[in-house]
Design a protein around this ligand. Structure first.
Ligand SMILES: NC(=O)c1ccc[n+]([C@@H]2O[C@H](COP(=O)([O-])OP(=O)(O)OC[C@H]3O[C@@H](n4cnc5c(N)ncnc54)[C@H](OP(=O)(O)O)[C@@H]3O)[C@@H](O)[C@H]2O)c1
Length: 272
């Protein structure tokens, strides 16, 4: 598995997303993924599943250094003392003494960015998270964080898939050597039934979902965190790494409409 090097951490380019999995279903899915070779798990306090993720990690017996764990602080907890409380609760549920990456899950309209990053940096300096980062930050917010606050962010985790154009943010991140972590990389499962992707997959003996994933992972500086509860899908997503797309495939994917954003809650600042 290829890794992206960023702010002192080594991020496996394919991870397991865990949104909408909880309890036993989540624990079993994470255990299965670790057994298949996944070494990057994405969770968040908001998912209500850090305890299940922690149980799976503990049961795997895996050396901590071999595993990358990302968690996130919810937008309601962005005051410095609230971040600390949320962070402590996340570590406790995960049964870990540190995480690898701690992200601001969503920006909020009234957040104090300098205070947020001062707090996150302290957690990093204390060795309780190895790196810090953001999710769902638009170009204007990213510029503030990178150019004014100069926070050492290790990624921006954003919705990105074959049906959504992210050129502006992606170009900026690439210019600053900051990885883009693609969430909802399968367009929340919709990629699996797209006719264009199905026909590209047929040509290569692959599925439409595999085509969608490989299109992302062929892009420099991009990682992806598909959620898959079933072992067959987890394996298929790992196998997507072996797929070789050609120019004709990329041209067909580039021609797909790219205006479909599926995640856009009302509380956050507008995208563009
Ligand atoms: N930072 C944020 O604000 C944010 C927002 C949304 C998501 N995320 C993260 O990104 C992760 C992924 O996003 P997502 O869960 O919204 O959507 P997604 O990964 O694009 O799609 C998940 C869906 O695709 C299905 N699937 C997985 N592999 C498949 C395959 N090989 N063939 C066919 N179907 C397949 C899954 O089915 P089964 O589960 O039945 O296997 C599930 O229904 C989340 O779990 C979360 O960790 C972050």
């Amino acid at each position: 598995m290829e890794h992206l090097q960023t702010q002192g951490i080594s991020l496996p380019r394919l991870g397991l997303g865990t949104f909408r999995m909880q309890g036993e279903v989540c624990r079993a899915a994470v255990e299965s993924a670790l057994g298949l070779g996944y070494r990057h798990i994405d969770t968040a306090e908001m998912y209500g599943n850090e305890d299940a993720v922690g149980a799976a990690i503990a049961a795997s017996g895996m050396a901590r250094k071999d595993l990358h764990v990302t968690t996130k602080v919810w937008h309601e907890n962005l005051a410095p003392d609230a971040i600390r409380r949320a962070f402590d609760a996340s570590l406790k549920k995960l049964k870990l003494d540190r995480v690898d990456l701690y992200l601001v899950h969503w920006p909020s309209r009234n957040m104090n960015l300098p205070a947020i990053f001062e707090t996150l940096l302290k957690l990093k300096q204390e060795g309780r998270t190895r790196a810090i980062g953001v999710a769902n930050f638009n170009l204007a917010l990213l510029k503030t964080v990178v150019e004014e606050i100069r926070a050492p962010i290790a990624c921006n985790q954003i919705e990105y898939h074959v049906m959504l154009d992210q050129t502006k943010v992606a170009r900026y991140l690439a210019a600053k050597s900051i990885p883009l972590v693609a969430y909802a990389p399968l367009a929340q499962g919709r990629a699996a039934s797209d006719e264009t992707l199905i026909s590209i997959g047929r040509k290569h003996g692959a599925s439409a979902a595999q085509v969608a994933l490989k299109w992302l992972l062929d892009q420099d500086g991009v990682a992806a965190i598909p959620k898959a509860s079933r072992a067959e899908s987890q394996r298929a997503n790992l196998d997507a790494l072996k797929l070789k797309l050609d120019d004709e495939d990329r041209k067909a994917i580039a021609a797909l409409p790219k205006d479909k954003r599926f995640v856009n809650p009302g509380f956050a600042p507008a995208w563009d």
